[in-house]
Ligand binder design. Sequence first.
Ligand code: NAG
Ligand code: NAG
Length: 259
Amino acid sequence: MLFLCVAFCFLAAWFSVDCNPSPVLGDVVVDRYEIPKDCAREAKTGDYVRYHYNATFIDGKTLDSSYEKGAAKVGLIGEGRLIAGVDKGLQGMCVNERRKITIPPHLAYGSNGAGDVVPPDAALVFNVHLLDLWNKADLVVTKTISTPKDCKRSVMRTDFVRYHFNGTLLDGTSFDSSYNRKQTYNSLVGEGWLVKGMDEGLLGMCVGEIRHIVIPPFKAYGLKGSGKTARQANRNYGHKYLEEKLLSRKNKVHLYTVD
Ligand SMILES: *[C@@H]1O[C@H](CO)[C@@H](O)[C@H](O)[C@H]1NC(C)=O
Ligand SMILES: *[C@@H]1O[C@H](CO)[C@@H](O)[C@H](O)[C@H]1NC(C)=O
């Protein structure tokens, strides 16, 4: 028993001294330096994330940046599709949080490195800003902000409605508002005139009600974003950026009439 223990200690010491010459050992280190007050949800395995990042080596030299590429990165957590250390480091992150993830080589490109871009045994540092978060299992989520005392009639399929809305992405960026156009949005409900999420989110709403509707991307503009909206905003952002940006959305709706 004593012999085993001594042998184990010897091996452990030998490995940590000789087999791990890198300056950063062990697990990823996460520094959550900016956490938003409201964090309804934290990223976990199986979630899709959209984020901006700056990647550097431990000495601060730039490796890569999503800003330079002109598009935020979209990734799936916990399925082995991201650099292992990034995958681990994104766990538990909130939309609009900023964090610094320091990754030891064995959870990055290891002793092989990556071509002539990442040398062998290089630790990496990722500064990440999370913009969006969703899961294939997400439902449309509605929350009533205010509702009139007297609700004679609420929205059913095939109703024609008039409403005002403010549409933002999950990180708060506005993408459209009926107020800017100075006219209400008018549509049939449940007939495919609206994106699926709005068709669902408006159901049961009273005239005069104000409601908050959160729509996952696959019930809004899908993973490619909206072509029309992308074209409109092309002037400001550039096509690719906008396609990436329009992944999921949030609407605050004020219902005026149901006919
Ligand atoms: C990445 O670097 C740019 C330029 O220095 C900076 O504006 C941006 O906030 C950085 N992003 C993150 C997530 O640290
Ligand atoms: C939309 O935003 C405008 C301007 O901030 C505000 O006056 C209006 O009440 C908002 N509407 C809804 C339905 O949230």
